[in-house]
Structures are given as structure tokens and as C-alpha cells.
Design a protein around this ligand. Structure first.
Ligand SMILES: Cc1ncc(COP(=O)(O)O)c(C=O)c1O
Length: 387
């Protein structure tokens, strides 16, 4: 029997839809307002940061975090891994910063402290650390490197809601962190994202960049500063930074508030699925030495032990036959440094990126759904182990 196992399940429940229709029919305003603020507060409490700013996608959160880094640190080099989403690199390139691309570690698919250290120049002002496919990528060493070198640390947690390092949620270690709520992630607002920080100044900047750069979005102190220093400008139309419109609607926030009720369950179930997955695959055929401590995966990674095109074809044949949807190269399609758009922008690739290229050519991922049973997972693993 085929599995019919999609990459992403529609995790908007009947109750979610009822809550959404009740809200829409209530006649409340639908543009960014009190529900967005309520969701931001719930998210900050859950994560353990002082402030959160909800936006319309994880990619928007990428752009705003880089815009903030540019505003605070100036035009500079930004160290970034090649395994992530296009927006991780494109935001840096498009905002006139220079992506410096360094290789990842096989055990957690994140950039290593050593690779970061080797890539630092006097112009390095930010690091985008991507917690890939739910694995924790942070370490004391990375935090220290950022601190010692006065480098802004941005944690991209779009694939890793609820992952932890030493028991503390990722997204609370960097100067800024960001999450995606695209459908199929740990929770969804259909489209949506959020930027989190403990820093008041960065929080104000996130609100400014989200909403055209308008000072009326920022704190009373920031508003007063601009009113005093720019008296000829209308306070309602004073633009402190060259901002975007990346606001969320109330509708997305209402869904987010409802979905938060099952976030911890989703994380626990998906972690259980990952453990079953890794225990059921044959270690002589698949790379299984991941550092799973504190992980919170939303996709199940499959990495060949040996660089064999034949084995990869055999894996794909099984998945196609069983109707299990997959993505080659894992996150974002693999090595972003190979993508055509980059050649239009000033960037630097550090070394040959052997680990990223291995993942690009010999790895894929499939969906990790809360509805999966352990026998579905073990049955699929048995078939995959036959390659
Ligand atoms: C690592 C990473 N960064 C950024 C994003 C962008 O998020 P979104 O799809 O909400 O724009 C994603 C998407 O899932 C992602 O995986």
C-alpha cells in the first residue's frame, strides 16, 4: 500500500477555521492591530524574549533583521551558511551587504565556530546562524566569538521552533531571532513570521522597518526625538528609516493565537517521530550521527552514508513509488552558493563547502507530521533500508 505522505500537511484544523470565521464575522478591524499585539505577547512569553514583532513572512523577518544590522552596524560583511532559504542570502545581498558564505557541520547542518572564526575580517559585523531542519546550531563558542568581535548574532529559527540548547530555547541567544509561520511549520499563520529581541533599540527598529519606517510605530521616546529634531515634519508621516510594509493582518494573528495551544504538542510529537526515524534507518546506509539533543524537527532528513548516485536513485524510486513527497538537497534546495541569482551580487564563498555540497548531492528530506504513526515511519524505513 502506498503511503501518500505529503511534504506538508494542511495543519489548519476545523476549529482553527471556525475561530477564523467567527473573528471575520465579528466585524473587528482586520489590519494589524490588537490581535497582532496579543500574538506577539503570547509568543514572547513562550519563547522567553522581551519583545516580538509579527510580520507577513519568515523571509520578511530575514530582510528586516538584515536592515536592522545595516542600520546599527553599517554596511558590512555578513557570515552566513549556504544551507537555508534563498531569503537568508538574498536579504544580505539586496540590502547592499556582502554575504560571506561558510560551510556547515554534518552533525547539525549549521555553520561551525571554526568556520566563522576563519571568515572574520575587520568588516564582519553580523552572523546569520541558521538552525537548520530543527537541529540546534548554537554553541557557547559561537556566542563568545560574536561577543568578543562585536558582531551582531542573528538566529534564523524558521525551521526549528522549540529547539533548545542546554535547556534554553533557541532564538533567545542572539541579538535578534526570527521564525516563520508558513504552513507546514511547527505552527502556522498561513503566511507569517516574527522577529524577537531583548533589546529595546532593535525592537523599535523592527517596528519601524515593518511599517514604512514610520516613527509613529515606535516608542514615545523615539517619536519625541523625531518631533524635536524634525519639527517641520508631520509626526504621523515622519520616516526614520527606509522601511518596508511587511505587516501582518489580524487574521493571521488570530490563527496564530489558536495554533499556539498545540505548539508544545506538535514539537513533542515531531521529536518522537525523528527519534523513531533515526533509530529505524540502517546506519551502514544512512548518515545518522546527528546531534539530536534539543532538536525540534519539522522535516525528516535522509542523508546517504556514501556518495552514491545509484543509491540516491534507489531512494527516490522508493519514495516516488510509495507517494512520499521529498525535496532533494534538504533546506531551500541545498547549496545556495550554486544558485544563479548570487552572481549579480558582491559575495564571497569561503573554501569548497564540502559538507554543504555533500548534502546538496546526497541528501533529501520528507515531511514530519504530527499525524504520523510510528509503524508508518518504521515501515518506510524498512523499505529504504533495502537500497
Ligand atoms: C531557514 C529559513 N529561513 C527563512 C525562511 C522563510 O520563511 P517564509 O517561507 O515564511 O518566508 C524559511 C522558510 O521556511 C526557512 O526555512
Amino acid at each position: 500500500m502506498e503511503f501518500n505522505w505529503p511534504l506538508i500537511n494542511d495543519n489548519v484544523s476545523a476549529t482553527d477555521r471556525q475561530v477564523l470565521s467567527d473573528f471575520i464575522l465579528s466585524g473587528e478591524r482586520l489590519t494589524n492591530g490588537p490581535k497582532v499585539k496579543e500574538f506577539e505577547n503570547i509568543w514572547s512569553d513562550w519563547l522567553g524574549t522581551k519583545h516580538s514583532v509579527m510580520v507577513n513572512s519568515g523571509a520578511s523577518a530575514n530582510y528586516i533583521s538584515i536592515a536592522i544590522a545595516k542600520e546599527v552596524m553599517g554596511i558590512s560583511e555578513v557570515i552566513v551558511p549556504p544551507l537555508g532559504l534563498v531569503s537568508d542570502l538574498a536579504s544580505i545581498a539586496q540590502l547592499g551587504m556582502k554575504p560571506v558564505i561558510v560551510d556547515i557541520d554534518m552533525k547539525n547542518l549549521a555553520i561551525t565556530a571554526e568556520n566563522i572564526k576563519n571568515a572574520i575580517t575587520p568588516n564582519t559585523k553580523a552572523i546569520v546562524l541558521i538552525h537548520c531542519l530543527g537541529f540546534n546550531g548554537i554553541s557557547d563558542e559561537i556566542i563568545k566569538i560574536a561577543k568578543d568581535n562585536n558582531i551582531m548574532l542573528i538566529e534564523d529559527c524558521c525551521e526549528s521552533h522549540g529547539a533548545t540548547y542546554k535547556g534554553q530555547r533557541i532564538g533567545t541567544f542572539g541579538d535578534i531571532s526570527l521564525f516563520s509561520f508558513y504552513f507546514g511549520h511547527h505552527i502556522t499563520t498561513v503566511e507569517g513570521g516574527i522577529i524577537c529581541t531583548d533589546n529595546e533599540k532593535l525592537y523599535n527598529l523592527a517596528k519601524l522597518f515593518r511599517s514604512h519606517g514610520m516613527t509613529r510605530e515606535a516608542s514615545p521616546e523615539v517619536q519625541e526625538y523625531y518631533q524635536t529634531n524634525f519639527p517641520e515634519l508631520n509626526p504621523l508621516f515622519t520616516f526614520a528609516v527606509a522601511g518596508f510594509n511587511m505587516r501582518s493582518t489580524e487574521i493571521n494573528a488570530v490563527l496564530g493565537i489558536e495554533q499556539m495551544k498545540r505548539l508544545d504538542y506538535n514539537i513533542a510529537k515531531r521529536t518522537e517521530n525523528l527519534n523513531t526515524w533515526l533509530l529505524s534507518l540502517n546506519a551502514s546506509k544512512f548518515y545518522l550521527d546527528f546531534d539530536v539533543e534539543g532538536s525540534s524537527n519539522f522535516a525528516l532528513p535522509l542523508v546517504l552514508k556514501e556518495p552514491s548516485k545509484e543509491q540516491l536513485k534507489a531512494v527516490c524510486d522508493i519514495l516516488n513509488e510509495e507517494k512520499v513527497e521529498y525535496r532533494l538537497g534538504t533546506a531551500g534546495g541545498g547549496n545556495q552558493a550554486l544558485q544563479p541569482y548570487l552572481k549579480f551580487y558582491n559575495h564571497k564563498v569561503e573554501g569548497d563547502l564540502p559538507n554543504t555540497n555533500y548534502i546538496h548531492h546526497y541528501a533529501l528530506y520528507i515531511g514530519n507530521h504530527t499525524e504520523l504513526t510510528s509503524s508508518q515511519i518504521t515501515n518506510l524505513c524498512s523499505k529504504l533500508n533495502t537500497i
